[in-house]
Design a protein around this ligand. Structure first.
Ligand SMILES: Nc1nc2c(ncn2[C@@H]2O[C@H](COP(=O)(O)OP(=O)(O)OP(=O)(O)O)[C@@H](O)[C@H]2O)c(=O)[nH]1
Ligand SMILES: [Mg+2]
Length: 175
């Protein structure tokens, strides 16, 4: 069995745990606990990682790890990035400064992004709302990152599968 490891990262509440549970064919492993941080209004939050998997053919399986969103758990980010073949950066468009959020992950995952496939997913984006997908692309380009930037509703399985397809295609075309 060939196994691909992808990770998903992004800010608190962006929907990383939700994305994994949308596609996992096993009950996702979650390390969510009751949130005690009053700076964001969320009942549960991930403290270590999420895990889900999906079989993509008779010989290929995809393992998907989600990072904690909170930066105080960022020591987990590097651990989870080890051996990853692709990274999904999930941005919550409704946060105060989603372009600055993107920069945090472009910085922290720079090595992985350079070495593997990557895709930036923008969630909760209403049509014609600013910043635009082009604005995100400009930020990525300023970090020398050229990757697909797409609007995604992580609650929709087909949309998440499309993201995974994009990453798998990048693996095929990478030398
Ligand atoms: N209305 C709406 N809700 C969304 C959308 N995308 C995600 N959500 C919801 O936002 C919440 C996201 O929660 P999680 O999946 O726990 O987020 P997370 O990124 O894992 O958060 P942490 O682990 O705390 O960093 C879920 O309740 C989702 O259903 C969207 O496009 N619209
Ligand atoms: Mg989570």
């Amino acid at each position: 069995m060939i196994e691909y490891k992808f990770i998903i990262t992004g800010t608190v509440g962006a929907g990383k745990t939700t994305l994994i549970s949308s596609i996992s064919e096993i009950p996702p492993i979650s390390t969510d606990v009751k949130n005690t941080d009053k700076s964001f209004d969320k009942e549960l939050t991930t403290v270590a990682f999420d895990y889900g998997q999906i079989t993509i053919s008779e010989t290929e399986r995809l393992r998907l790890y989600g990072t904690p969103g909170q930066e105080r758990f960022s020591f987990m980010w590097r651990t989870l990035a080890q051996g990853a073949m692709g990274v999904i950066i999930l941005i919550d468009h409704t946060r105060p400064n989603p372009l600055a959020d993107l920069k945090i992950y472009l910085d922290n995952f720079a090595d992985l992004i350079k070495a593997t496939g990557s895709v930036v997913c923008v969630g909760r984006m209403k049509p014609n709302e600013s910043p635009s997908l082009d604005d995100f692309a400009d930020v990525a380009a300023s970090y020398n990152v050229i990757c697909p930037i797409i609007g995604v509703d992580v609650r929709k399985k087909e949309e998440v599968l499309n993201v995974l397809d994009i990453l798998l295609t990048q693996l095929e075309t990478k030398d």
